[in-house]
Design a protein around this ligand. Structure first.
Ligand SMILES: [Zn+2]
Length: 317
């Protein structure tokens, strides 16, 4: 297995997982991210949070966006593709029309876009599918031209509906209740449709199925209509890519807190509680999409709840 010297990675059995960073910020307003958070509760939990995730002086949270690069049995896999450059997201100023060296960071990890075999999307939100495409010669074209792109068919139809591209997508009658939040309308046209038109898309159902040996998708719907978490099993070890089940370590201590980005608040909370129980019970490593620091860690039981411990990456040679 060839991995660039010095790249901070994690081993899970025979697999190697590397964080491909897109953005980091340390100034998230906790009360905007978590509208139900009160100041006294934040003060109570300040001691639970590490300085790399919570600045006690400013009272702000550290977060980021990223992909996880996975090398598994000779395959090059990307779990989510972050936000992308130049995407039009005026309602999310921090993500609007980015210009980041994401592809250079992927190259530093030893991977060109053409070498990616498989892209797995946890959900069709702007900050998880953006690098599916890039702007070339006046149009959005697929970035990972040799990759199969696996995603929930329901998520894609819902995203097409939000974009007004498919006003009647024939979604199954949902039992999630009315949406509390809608995702950005530009996502489907800019980041999904060109990839699908190029014949690179594989819509699936999120039903626990294995995509390739050792990699399976499991429903954690709620944050989005058909949100998936990805389980990695290799060499007797296990890890989860939990994506937006949690947005910051604070939610490990307070699973009841909804994020402002969650589409279906009640189901999102239920999914979070199930995932925390799964992680605490199994001891599996958890790769997150928006935590700061290493982005990966373990959930441990503490009293009647849970605590979060960041894992230190190793240098895989
Ligand atoms: Zn997200």
């Amino acid at each position: 297995m060839t991995v660039s010297v010095g790249m901070a990675s994690f081993r899970v059995g025979d697999a190697v997982v590397t964080r491909i960073e897109e953005l980091r910020w340390d100034n998230a307003d906790p009360h905007r991210l978590y509208p139900d958070l009160d100041a006294a509760a934040l003060r109570d939990h300040a001691r639970d949070l590490t300085p790399g995730s919570f600045n006690a002086t400013t009272g702000r949270l550290a977060q980021g966006t990223c992909s996880w690069l996975l090398r598994l049995d000779g395959r090059v896999v990307l779990i989510d593709t972050a936000t992308g450059n130049g995407k039009h997201l005026p309602d999310a100023p921090a993500l609007n029309e980015l210009d980041t060296p994401y592809l250079a960071r992927l190259a530093a990890a030893g991977v060109t876009p053409e070498q990616v075999d498989l892209v797995v999307m946890t959900h069709v939100h702007a900050d998880h599918v953006g690098w599916n495409t890039r702007w070339r010669d006046g149009r959005w074209v697929p970035t990972f031209t040799n990759a199969r792109h696996v995603y929930s068919g329901m998520e894609a139809r819902y995203s097409a509906k939000a974009a007004g591209i498919d006003p009647a997508p024939g979604l199954p009658p949902g039992d999630l209740g009315p949406a509390d939040h809608m995702a950005a309308a530009s996502v489907y046209g800019e980041s999904m449709a060109p990839m699908i038109a190029a014949g690179l898309g594989d819509p699936i159902e999120i039903d626990g199925r294995e995509i390739v040996p050792g990699l399976s998708v499991h429903s954690t719907r709620g944050h989005s209509i058909d949100h998936a978490s990805v389980r990695l099993q290799s060499g007797g070890q296990e890890a989860w890519f939990a994506a937006d089940v949690m947005h910051h370590p604070l939610q490990v201590y307070r699973p009841d807190l909804r994020s402002v980005y969650c589409e279906f608040i009640g189901p999102a909370r239920e999914a979070r509680e199930r995932m925390l129980e799964e992680l605490a019970g199994s001891g599996a490593l958890c790769f997150t999409s928006h935590f700061g620091e290493s982005g990966a860690g373990h959930v441990v039981r503490r009293g009647t709840g849970y605590a979060w411990r960041f894992a230190a990456p190793e240098t895989v040679r």
